[in-house]
Write a protein that binds this ligand. Structure first.
Ligand SMILES: [Fe+2]
Length: 166
């Protein structure tokens, strides 16, 4: 399956799987912003873009509450495993990165791995929606740590118009 088709199919599967209202703080608008953040960060980080884009739609789709919801990341990773058996045709290496990024995204870690780091940063840069300013020490990639990116992502996560300098 081609990348765009694959991403669309995973997005649809995540929407179908999500047990809470899609308009909530961990719902579709958040996933779309994580997706956009990921694309922007991947241009600089050297991440595997397909993994980053799949992570955006999968990482929170098995949440059962908007609280800390321990192990929702592991549930997302296991859901990715189910999708792999159905249609998620990516390489083993890509799948391992996706699984790891989903499983541990809730643990507040940073990483040297460019793909996993880009996934986690794309998610954390959207913390402004719940009135948390992303802390550079909890970001993994250089681009995400920059003041201009944090400012842009925070404004946008709160629904304000913001322009990101190249
Ligand atoms: Fe998230």
């Amino acid at each position: 399956m081609k990348s765009e088709k694959l991403i669309k199919a995973v997005r649809n599967a995540a929407i179908e799987r999500f047990p809470m209202p899609l308009g909530g703080i961990h719902g579709l608008a958040h996933w779309e912003r994580v997706h956009e953040n990921g694309i922007i960060l991947a241009k600089h980080s050297g991440a595997d873009l397909l993994v980053v884009r799949l992570f955006a739609y999968l990482h929170d789709c098995c949440r059962e509450s908007d609280g800390s919801d321990f192990e929702h990341g592991l549930r997302a990773a296991r859901y990715a495993e189910i999708l792999k058996k159905e249609f998620l045709s990516i390489s083993e290496e890509q799948f391992d990165l996706l699984y790891h990024a989903c499983e541990f995204h809730e643990r507040g870690r940073v990483t040297d791995d460019p793909t996993v780091g880009t996934c986690w940063d794309a998610d954390r840069l959207d913390l402004g929606r719940v009135f948390i300013k992303p802390a550079p020490k909890l970001l993994s990639t250089d681009r995400a740590k920059s003041k201009s990116v944090i400012h842009w992502a925070t404004q946008r996560s709160r629904g304000h118009k913001a322009k990101l300098k190249a």
